[in-house]
Ligand binder design. Structure first.
Ligand code: ADP
Ligand code: MG
Length: 229
């Protein structure tokens, strides 16, 4: 599903060049549940932005579901992103003063869904993440864990094959973080491919595979043993 080879990213601000990714190779199959770990500044978010078609690599190959991403135009890149990828961020990134339902509807507009179906689909997704009784609440009327649930419902709006989550539990207490991970596990069980960045071993333990970065390179890539319950 995801194939990257020799991926490099150089940020050139004019004054200084930062080599954020230095020859990264990753193969991720459909249905995987991957944690990306590593110190601050090691290139994790840079990788997520490229995987999510928000940014392009400076060099190397990225193939997403058979499409060569590195050579796409901006509009084809956006088209691919709007149809294949769901995003979840550390700071939730919900639209303020806008209800849960409206927040979840938003990506459906870009994915070209029929207007008549949008509201009922958003309501179903909010039900699914356990917020059936919070449809009309505004973000500032919700707890952190609930806001992240709205963000996860929103990430599902375009029925993406892949969910990318950059430190989704970073702003949450342990209990809410664990609940969010249970939700991701459930979605993975339904076939979604999930790739998430985390600093915490306890969060990574929920995943099936851990890829560790240091200084723009992969230093470890391991499949976690299934725990015997
Ligand atoms: P992480 O998510 O692992 O903390 P990032 O991918 O955000 O790391 O950053 C990797 C490196 O690239 C850092 O040295 C960071 O300062 C640099 N960087 C990230 N984004 C930009 C940008 N837009 N412009 C210039 N440098 C950047
Ligand atoms: Mg980051």
């Amino acid at each position: 599903m995801i194939n990257i080879k020799g991926l490099e990213k150089v940020y050139d601000t004019g004054k200084i060049k930062v080599n954020a990714l230095k020859g990264v190779d990753i193969h991720i199959k459909e249905g995987e549940f991957v944690a990306i770990m590593g110190p601050s500044g090691s290139g994790k978010s840079t990788l997520m932005n490229i995987l999510g078609c928000l940014d392009k690599p400076t060099a190397g190959e990225y193939t997403l579901d058979g499409t060569g991403v590195s050579t796409l135009s901006e509009s084809d890149l956006a088209h691919l992103r709007n149809r294949k990828i769901g995003f979840v961020f550390q700071s939730f990134n919900l639209i303020p003063r806008t209800s849960s339902v409206k927040n979840v509807e938003l990506p459906m507009i870009y994915a070209g869904f029929k207007k008549a179906h949008m509201k009922s689909r958003a309501q179903e997704l909010l039900q699914k993440v356990g917020l059936g009784d919070r449809m009309d609440h505004l973000p500032n009327e919700l707890s952190g864990g609930q806001r992240q649930r709205v963000a996860i419902a929103r990430s599902l709006a375009n029925d993406p094959a892949i969910i990318l989550a950059d430190e989704p539990t970073g702003n949450l207490d342990t209990k809410s973080g664990d609940e969010i991970m249970e939700l991701f596990k459930e979605l993975n069980g339904e076939g979604k491919t999930i790739i998430l960045v985390t600093h915490e071993d306890e969060i990574a333990d929920h995943c099936k595979r851990v890829i560790r970065f240091r200084d723009g390179q992969i230093v470890q890539d391991v499949v976690l043993e299934k725990k015997v319950k």
